[in-house]
Design a protein around this ligand. Sequence first.
Ligand SMILES: C[S@@+](CC[C@H](N)C(=O)[O-])C[C@H]1O[C@@H](n2cnc3c(N)ncnc32)[C@H](O)[C@@H]1O
Length: 323
Amino acid sequence: MQIERVYLGDCRDVLKTLEEHSVSACITDPPYNYEFIGHKWNDEEIKRRTCRARAKDSKTLVKNIPYGSGLAGGVRNERWYKRNRENILQYQNWCLEWGKQVFRVLKPGGIVAVFNSSRTVAHVQVALEGAGFYARDCLVYRRPSGIPKGLNLHAKLLQKGFENHDQWRGWHSCLRNEWEAISVLQKPLEQNYLNTFTKYEVGLFYTENSNGSFQSNILEGIPRDSSEDFNIHCTIKPLALMEKLIEMFVPPSSEHIVIDPFAGSGTTLLAAKNLGRSYIGIEIVPEYVQIIERRLMLNGHSQCRAENRALAIDGPENLPLFD
Ligand SMILES: C[S@@+](CC[C@H](N)C(=O)[O-])C[C@H]1O[C@@H](n2cnc3c(N)ncnc32)[C@H](O)[C@@H]1O
């Protein structure tokens, strides 16, 4: 029986209502700690920030992702580093909270694959290890492009009237960020792979590429999608990328459920549906749930059911801001 379900709510609450050992894999793309752990992680907040004069012409505003903690702005004094540190530990704790619930619902041997930035991925991994998972790999998703953020020293010196500016061409405060990390962790096996596989049919990776090569842990050459007009989500992952991950980590049958607790516009769920796997999605922003419903509906005949859950969340007002 195919399970197709989308919940509206905070995944930390919704996950608690799901059955233990019922899900085969979790493939998810949570907020990357760009300040938006709670319900303000949406386009309203982005609009608010892009309206601010200093962000209008900002090279640090990458597409429509706003300033993030530690990514830009602010005098680097003791307070800045202290708040930055507190923020990342708060993020790690938040990952631990949902990680424990994901651990509970996964079958033994089940994989959790979590996207994150190269800057924060270590914290995600430590949090998930704290939840009981053990680390298996870290995949590199090489994006088609990457825009350098941060300070261009030559331009800054020129702007401030330093005569030696030419000498510092090419010096920058960061590298071009061209990849995203996908932390891959596993719920402990029952004894060994074979035992776990024969009991739950999970625990192994599908490694055969269409050209016969063995699957590497670098995912590249994945084309961008042109998203539907109505999909206003600001961090949509390519469908082909999510399909690749589903093929790798979710056995090929509707008996196997993949969960995405940070569903966004539902790309993971759409990929699961295209590949005949069952899926459960959770998303905290009602408008995004509507987008998910529409995408799934357009892409097939089955009904997506949004279930309402109480929004009991810790808003970002409780989090320090760094920009
Ligand atoms: C990076 S986006 C996912 C985008 C998705 N991969 C796609 O292709 O559309 C993360 C999503 O997590 C949602 N979110 C943030 N905190 C949440 C929470 N506590 N529970 C459920 N969803 C949450 C945000 O609203 C956002 O849509």
